[in-house]
Design a protein around this ligand. Structure first.
Ligand SMILES: [Zn+2]
Ligand SMILES: [Zn+2]
Length: 339
């Protein structure tokens, strides 16, 4: 039956297959870059970041694989969390492959004095001319059928708790600040919470430790979530216990690369988080022991970059709040219930 339906779907025009009753999220493996594609039940799309630039346009092609799987003809909104190469690198190549209708971001890069950043930012300004919106904390990202709220942008967090948030965070007394961030545009990252029925998803880009704290101390302004895209590729410059244990995800999805993200300390923070059920990874973290990584069944890509096929992790969420993670490498899937 399934097979028949899949065959039938192959015959339908692409615009028809974009509509579904479910929300879908695709994590594109970008070897330590970021690109997360969100497709609403109405078939509208929000692409969050465009990963790296490589000579062979690898990441633009990998994004297009997800775009085709989702049956999209355009990207409705491209949200760039911040202006680092692993988040905007593939944008010019992607813009040649598919129309991008609107661009959203935090405002000018704070690293504009760095020549490579200045060049990438200039390309962004040109591409987004007349289609650009600068987001402030509290702004809604306009998609029908889902609620997507900016919780932080340009270093400024929301000042009032989201519905379901507002609890005092007992972890804050133990918070130890880090030194200043060496790549400060990370701190300017746009972060958002998406809500679809009961289901909640959090993506904070590469927001770092001291800025995460603005969202959860002394009060947890976000509340709890179902799925958390581990911040900053699962690096320990982010993902403080104060944040993770307050938002208390059931499922963490790490968009790490073979050599970026996923140190043992972050796995420890995640595993100690109240109510955490599973960790999924875009890639095996090769500098961390196999036992510390999550189970192989929940890792989309295992080999080094040169041999990597860039398998997807996908999430589907029903309007009733059941959600399923699937490993594109094996088809292995796991179902969860929104809290
Ligand atoms: Zn990054
Ligand atoms: Zn960054």
């Amino acid at each position: 039956m399934r097979r028949k339906l899949a065959l039938l779907a192959g015959l339908l025009p692409l615009w028809l297959s974009a509509a579904s009753r479910d929300l879908r999220i695709y994590w594109i493996d970008a070897e330590g870059g970021a690109a997360t594609l969100i497709v609403t039940p109405a078939g509208e799309s929000l692409l969050v970041d465009t990963a790296n630039r490589t000579a062979d346009d690898r990441d633009a092609q990998r994004i297009m694989t997800a775009v085709r799987e989702a049956g999209l003809q355009q990207i409705d909104i491209l949200l760039t969390t911040h202006f680092h190469g692993d988040h905007i690198g593939a944008m010019p190549a992607l813009a040649k492959l598919i129309p991008i209708r609107r661009y959203m971001d935090h405002g000018e890069s704070v690293e504009i004095a760095r020549p490579n950043v200045a060049a990438a930012y200039k390309a962004y300004v040109e591409l987004s001319a007349g289609k650009r919106t600068i987001l402030k904390a509290g702004d809604r990202i306009p998609l029908k059928g889902v609620e997507v709220v900016t919780v932080i942008s340009n270093g400024e967090p929301i000042t009032k708790a989201l519905k379901g948030g507002g609890a005092k965070n007992p972890g804050c007394a133990a918070f130890e600040a880090h030194g200043p961030e060496r790549d400060p545009d990370n701190d300017m990252s746009v972060g958002f919470r998406l809500k679809f029925g009961k289901f909640r998803f959090l993506d904070l880009g590469d927001l770092t430790w001291n800025y995460e704290q603005k969202l959860v101390c002394p009060q947890n302004l976000i509340g709890k979530v179902d799925v958390y895209q581990t911040t900053h590729h699962g690096l320990d410059r982010s993902n403080s216990p104060q944040l993770v244990w307050a938002i208390a995800p059931k499922v963490a999805v790490m968009n790490n690369g073979p050599r970026k993200g996923g140190p043992a300390s972050v796995f420890e923070t995640l595993r100690k988080s109240p109510g955490l059920v599973d960790i999924w990874q875009g890639h095996l973290a090769m500098g961390t022991s196999k036992e510390t990584n999550t189970a192989e069944a929940m890792i989309a890509n295992l080999g080094p970059t040169a041999e990597c096929k860039g398998h997807l992790l996908t999430l589907t969420v029903t309007p009733e709040g059941k959600y399923t993670m699937t490993n594109g490498r094996t088809g292995f899937s796991q179902q969860y219930e929104s809290r």
